[in-house]
Design a protein around this ligand. Structure first.
Ligand code: FAD
Length: 429
């Protein structure tokens, strides 16, 4: 069986036209091009393993962000004489149909380390190569497993691709946004207020990086440009550049570790006898632990699909080694559904980190579910914003009252003995 010569660019997580090697390769010397995105029912259908019945693998915030990103990609493609084709269905079946109907001779897509795509890509590549279709999906190398060796190996990434446009509209009014060069140069994690919600303390670029609307290589280059003009800047692992390196560190570690997404048969993961207690998990997931700081973060997760890194630390520590001793895989699943930026490698890597299962076994810091939040949110503004039920209760009185309700045994045993219901919370008013 043989196919023709038309190229197809299959957009997956590189939803952009800038610095996109697959798009660049696909559009080389051709008279026409098929830019395709496939809406995969795998992410939209109710997940049979989901904790809450009927919920899809991807939460609404993420689906919404994806649809907006596709709209944006279409607009950008139209500006340069093309457009985005969107088809819904099983990617393997859709692609085979497209190969035949459009007489495709070249298939280009970004490499993905997520096991779901790994399995799918083998099937698709096998079919395409058997049908005489050229496949372009570059990757290679042996992944390092420590941040230091990763940084050493990473060196300087190649320059991003430059795309020329005939014209671009001027930059609009930036309002109160002050992401200045100085801010980039001084960026230092974990400094920064996890409770800042009107003007978050970090870039909030994770959803754009997750879907590849922003090329991490381009972002890296632009940060380097700032560092060149401001030589006094922070350094990895705490700098902004260091954050991007964390991202790629987890990507490489995940790719090199079989069963990275589970405790069992995962050679880098400590085997810990976690509790299997759905009641505790439910209280955490549904923001009903009675600890306002923890519950407010979980409401932010549900409402926004994004929280600050230290807020994620707080709730992940609370669920696992800090307080409830529930398995990190359960918390990972809740994050996976609700985060817009949910990313297979980064999410699993950080959950193993926060539960002291891997990477940082000596990470002894326990985030208090009361005093840690109080340090950043002394007036309880963050808590009241996400838990309006506590509007008339002060930070102090809420946590004291909730603690009283949970019982002294909680603090001693680090176990949740009594779960605070909505009625209990209403009684606190
Ligand atoms: P910034 O601080 O502005 O950092 C810029 C970028 O660097 C981020 O957008 C992200 O791409 C990368 N980055 C920052 N911190 C980390 C980190 N610790 N590990 C890897 N990359 C990092 N991030 C995700 O993108 N997807 C996830 O699924 C995810 N799950 C997490 C789960 C837990 C339990 C924890 C503790 C953290 C998780 N993170 C995840 C990492 C981090 O919290 C977010 O990347 C960050 O808060 C996003 O906000 P930002 O874009 O403003 O980050």
């Amino acid at each position: 069986m043989g196919f023709g010569s038309g190229p197809l660019i299959w957009f997956r997580k590189g939803i952009r036209i800038h610095d996109n090697p697959a798009l660049e390769y696909a559009s080389r010397e051709c008279s026409h091009l098929y830019p395709l995105f496939i809406i995969d029912p795998h992410y939209m259908k109710p997940d049979p393993n989901a904790f809450s019945p009927g919920s899809s693998r991807a939460g609404l915030n993420r689906i919404n962000f994806l649809l907006q990103s596709l709209g944006d990609l279409d607009v950008n493609l139209k500006k340069i004489g093309s457009r985005l084709l969107i088809v819904k269905g099983d990617p393997y079946e859709v692609l085979i149909r497209c190969f035949k109907e459009w007489n495709i001779g070249k298939l280009c897509f970004e490499y993905d380390t997520d096991p779901y795509y790994q399995a799918l890509d083998i099937k698709i590549k096998d079919f395409a190569l058997g049908a005489g279709i050229e496949v372009f999906s570059p990757n290679g190398g042996k992944p390092p497993l420590s941040y230091q060796s990763f940084v050493k190996l990473a060196g300087e990434p190649p320059s991003p691709l430059s795309t020329t446009y005939s014209s671009l509209p001027p930059v609009g009014h930036l309002g109160s946004c002050d992401i200045s060069e100085k801010w980039v140069a001084n960026f230092e994690k974990p400094k920064g207020n996890p409770s800042a919600f009107l003007k978050p303390a970090t870039t909030i670029l994770s959803p754009y990086l997750k879907f590849g609307c922003l090329s991490s290589r381009y972002f890296y280059q632009r940060i380097q440009d700032v560092y060149k003009s401001l030589p006094k800047h922070t350094s990895p692992p705490v700098s902004l550049l260091g954050q991007l390196l964390w991202r790629d560190f987890f990507y490489t570690a995940a790719f090199g570790t079989p069963n990275f997404d589970r405790m069992k048969d995962n050679k880098i993961c400590k085997q810990i006898p976690w509790k299997d207690d759905d009641k505790l998990l439910e209280a955490w997931r549904d923001a009903k632990t009675g600890f306002p700081w923890i519950d407010a973060i979980m409401v932010q997760l549900r409402q926004w699909g994004w929280m600050h890194h230290l807020a994620r630390h707080s709730v992940a520590c609370f669920l696992t080694r800090g307080d409830l001793f529930v398995h990190w895989e359960k918390g990972r699943d809740v994050f996976d559904r609700l985060l817009i930026d949910s990313d297979w490698a980064i999410n699993n890597g950080n959950w193993m980190w926060l539960s002291c299962s891997s990477f940082f076994y000596q990470y002894n810091r326990i985030y208090s579910p009361t005093t840690f939040g109080k340090k950043y949110d002394p007036n309880g503004d963050y808590i009241r914003h996400f838990l309006p039920v506590l509007k008339v209760v002060s930070h102090d009185s809420a946590s004291k009252e909730c603690k009283r309700k949970m019982g002294e045994a909680y603090a001693l045993n680090k176990e949740l003995n009594g779960l605070v219901s909505e009625d209990d919370l209403r009684n606190l008013r």
